[in-house]
Design a protein around this ligand. Sequence first.
Ligand SMILES: N[C@@H](CCC(=O)N[C@@H](CS)C(=O)NCC(=O)O)C(=O)O
Length: 202
Amino acid sequence: MYTLYGFPFSQHSRRVVSLLEETGLEYEFKNVDMMNGEHMSPTYLEINPNHQVPTLIADNVKIHESNAILRYLCSKHDLEAWYPQDADQRAAVDQWLDWIQCRLSPAVLGIVLNKVFMGEDADQDAIKQGQEKMVELSPLLEKTFADSQFLCGARPTIADLALVSNIFHLGLADELPTGESTGRWYKAMLEMDGVKKSLPEM
Ligand SMILES: N[C@@H](CCC(=O)N[C@@H](CS)C(=O)NCC(=O)O)C(=O)O
């Protein structure tokens, strides 16, 4: 039985929830109320000194970093379909996970943080930079989904779960990547039970 500390409006938390739900692994979700600063409380800082969600706790391990948690769960439970053992196939999943974290996510965060959560303190430059980056990155996704049903082939992997958590986040700011094939992929991802269960109540 896992304990997952997270927050439904955190895209990094949602990707872990969606894997746990998709695979039926047992877990207890502990809500860290970020709107009220609970992630900065001494109690939570003991759990994760980086003051970030998610954090996963199992019998012998405590892990932060959402993608590390996804990889851990897959390795621990032999979730081959979600994170292949084969080196070539695994490299493709890892490549997308890193691309999402390093290239896409900063743009998404810049837009959503400032358009949705910062009110009058919003940094308009960060929104503009994020939007410009999305104009650059959206065609890369569109080309990928024109050739392939999911990021790494005919079925979703943890890379798709990481991506959909970002794209849903972008949707909070009324922005989505352009492209018919990307739209088809997004619709298919939103129909997955685990993804549905990871979404915040709105
Ligand atoms: N690289 C981390 C990022 C986690 C992250 O940025 N979490 C945000 C919520 S989506 C957070 O907790 N922010 C609070 C803070 O940084 O103080 C991961 O992938 O888990």
